[in-house]
Design a protein around this ligand. Structure first.
Ligand SMILES: [Fe+2]
Length: 370
């Protein structure tokens, strides 16, 4: 029988007996957050223009480097280097203590190295070959002015009297990096790698219709900060015919900031991928956009925060299960439009030694039908 460890707090049901526990018994370290993401981009001028329209603040710009931040105190959100093509270079996580870097280096056969600009890091590779770095002591910026959340009149309570509501149509100011979502052909191996090496813990698992006995195919994963709440997911990963970046998400002030910021992006000619809606896993109000290189980025607000006591929820993976309300998930967002690239990836994944077989591929295709 199903158990309900948290009374419908995030997903309706918990694990069945013998299913993946969603955390490692004795992790090497426990990272506290994502620090930043690194990308290569062919055109830094175009990248910076989009970044400002999306709501980032430029920290540094040289002919070969663009560093971007959010308004909350902390490290950079994005580090973009000039490259021949648009590519994701990898996530960078934040260690809790300096000594964690040495422990991680020993466990992964790496070494502790100096970061340009201060701090130290360890670089490691997941089973799928993704480069993951963990930093400690990287420079942190002081906070900037935030977009003030609006005062709502609601029910019998009128917090706003003799004053109008006029949210400006301006870029939704990015407050911070929230999460990154990755696709991998070796989902269970990559998942276990993150849980064991970075101490991440699963908030929600998704499984394919009729294939629950084969294990989950997606996990929403948070940082274990003990009694201190963390974002519902800092990393999300799903099984797919290719390995790499899916999207990354950035927190903004509130629904009006998100919606007015979306209007601003639309007016500037950018393409919305999917939104506005409210997710189920994580509960965020979301809006997804394509940058000029078709990279997918998300504005979000009002996400769940869990401490380490919450056990994983389990639910079936489906396009309609991605949102509580909002327009139907688009083919663009789901990546489900048949294309030569998708077909090529699918054939290559079927032939390679990984977790993709025909049953998995058909299950994924069915789940991600708009
Ligand atoms: Fe997201």
């Amino acid at each position: 029988m199903h158990t309900d460890p948290h009374q419908g707090l995030h997903s309706e049901r918990g694990a069945l007996k013998g299913e993946h526990p969603g955390r490692a018994a004795d992790p090497v370290i426990k990272v506290v957050d994502l620090a930043w993401l690194e990308f290569g981009k062919p055109d830094l001028d175009r990248t910076e223009t989009f970044a400002r329209d999306f709501g980032f603040t430029t920290v540094e710009r040289t002919p070969d480097l663009l560093r971007l931040r959010g308004a909350l105190p902390g490290t950079d959100c994005l580090v973009v280097r000039r490259d021949t093509a648009s590519r994701f270079t990898g996530p960078v996580f934040q260690a809790a203590a300096a000594g964690d870097l040495r422990r991680l280096a020993e466990a992964t056969g790496g070494e502790v190295a100096e970061l340009d600009g201060g701090g130290r890091y360890v670089s490691a590779r997941t089973p799928s070959g993704l480069e993951v770095r963990v930093v400690y002591g990287a420079p942190e910026h002081a906070g900037l002015a935030l977009q003030p959340p609006l005062t709502w009149n609601s029910g019998a309570r009128a917090g706003r009297v003799n004053a109008t509501q006029r949210p400006p149509r301006e870029p939704a100011r990015v407050e911070r990096l929230g999460h990154v979502v990755l696709s991998t052909t070796v989902f269970l191996r990559d998942l276990d790698w993150f849980l064991k090496h970075l101490g991440l813990i699963v908030s929600d698992f998704l499984y394919l219709d009729g294939q629950r006995d084969r294990g989950p195919t997606m996990a929403f994963i948070r940082c274990d900060r003990g009694s201190e709440p963390a974002d519902h997911h800092t990393l999300a990963m799903h099984l797919g015919p290719s390995t790499g970046y899916v999207h990354s998400a950035y927190q903004v002030a509130d629904l009006d900031a998100l919606a007015a910021g979306g209007e601003y992006l639309k007016e500037r000619g950018y393409r919305r991928s999917w939104g506005i809606g409210r997710h189920i896993q994580g509960s965020q109000i979301f809006d997804y956009w394509r940058d000029p290189d078709r990279l997918l980025l998300e504005h979000f607000t009002d996400g769940d925060r869990f401490d380490a006591s919450v056990e994983p929820g389990w639910a079936e993976m489906s396009a309609s299960g991605l949102a509580q309300w909002g327009p139907p998930a688009t083919a663009d967002f789901l990546g489900s439009s048949p294309s030569p690239a998708l077909l090529r990836d699918a054939i290559a994944a079927l032939r390679a030694d990984n977790e993709i077989d025909l049953t998995r591929l058909l299950g994924l295709a069915r789940a991600m039908r708009p």
